[in-house]
Design a protein around this ligand. Structure first.
Ligand SMILES: [Mn+2]
Length: 323
């Protein structure tokens, strides 16, 4: 079954000339790593290829090879194939959706459980840690690998496994990474590029956020409310989560970010059995069982009350019977 989809994708790649690659808005290590790895592959195969995202990615990822080829200008050309990576739904590609709709054929490769199978072909594997880990099989099958591709895939896998600590990290993940390491990837440099990104002012902000953390009465749900959230040049969300994760016995972590007037972005994380994808889905979002997100219209205060009440009502954190 796995080989059937993969073979169809390989046939389509071989028989097509022009490709457009995209992913979800606010790219991360996995989406950008998998996009650039596929870009390099298609260049090796002498294809005409372009990457267009909703926005130019944050500079954190500028260490990735070919980072500068990523554009944010939608073009009206008709591409033979759109390859959409790490993206649950074509709407999640933001303004690049128009180019997906325009393409003759859509290849959807993703590992989000909430993927809506919007492609002409869908290579969706929710059990796999990252899109970068899924597409490793494509490179294997084609017998194409080099240091740049290995660095892109390593960065993607490392991002989505929380540096190989989340329970989506399997023996296969390590086997793949062990092969990628043969291309002289330096884990400490990759880690530092992605994580040593805060300014002293950011640390003060994180300190304030942490000192105002909220908890439910059983201390199983922990959340932070962030008014006037401003996107940084890197992902401060994970920095705050990694600090929140230090609290003993907490099972659900949330950030409520006021992204504009009357619009709140909520990031959800689960440390044990709680399925936060279901929580996000209830409010119109989605993602993974242990990491998901949703944007809700409404004031910060009201959205916070609604979501926390829903989690309390629909979960029983003491018995781990949650959604
Ligand atoms: Mn991913």
């Amino acid at each position: 079954m796995k080989d059937k989809v993969l073979n169809e994708i390989i046939d389509k790649i071989k028989s097509s000339k022009s490709f457009f690659i995209t992913s979800h808005i606010h790219g991360d290590g996995d989406s950008l790593g998998s996009e650039l790895a596929i870009y390099i592959l298609l260049k090796i195969l002498n294809k005409n290829v372009i990457i267009v995202n909703n926005e130019i990615p944050v500079q954190t990822y500028s260490f990735l090879p070919k980072f500068n080829v990523i554009k944010n200008k939608v073009d009206k050309r008709k591409y033979d194939v759109a390859i959409v990576l790490d993206c649950t739904d074509s709407h999640r590609a933001g303004k690049s959706k128009e180019m997906i709709d325009n393409a003759d054929y859509v290849i959807n490769i993703d590992h989000h459980i909430s993927n809506v199978y919007f492609g002409d072909i869908n290579w969706v594997k929710p059990a796999i840690s990252s899109t970068s880990q899924i597409i490793y099989d494509l490179f294997e099958k084609l017998g194409i690998m080099n240091k740049n591709i290995a660095l892109c895939l390593y960065t993607g896998i490392s991002t989505d496994t929380g540096n190989f600590t989340y329970d989506n990290t399997t023996g296969d993940t390590h086997k793949i990474v062990s092969h990628l390491m043969e291309y002289k990837i330096n884990p400490s440099i990759v880690y530092e590029k992605m994580h040593s990104t805060c300014t002293p002012l950011d640390l003060i902000f994180i300190g304030k956020t942490i000192s105002f953390l909220k908890f439910d009465s059983k201390k199983k749900i922990c959340w932070a409310v962030l008014a006037n959230w401003a996107e940084r040049d890197y992902d401060l969300t994970e920095v705050i989560f990694s600090t929140m994760r230090l609290v003993k016995d907490v099972e659900v972590l949330l950030l409520f970010k006021e992204v504009s007037n009357n619009k709140v972005r909520i990031n959800l994380r689960s440390t044990l059995d709680v399925d936060v994808n279901k929580v996000a889905k209830f409010f119109g979002g989605g993602g993974h069982k242990k990491a998901s997100g949703v944007t809700i219209k409404g004031s910060l205060n009201i959205v916070e009350k609604k979501v926390i009440a829903y989690i309390k009502k629909n979960t029983n954190t003491y018995k781990n019977k949650i959604l």
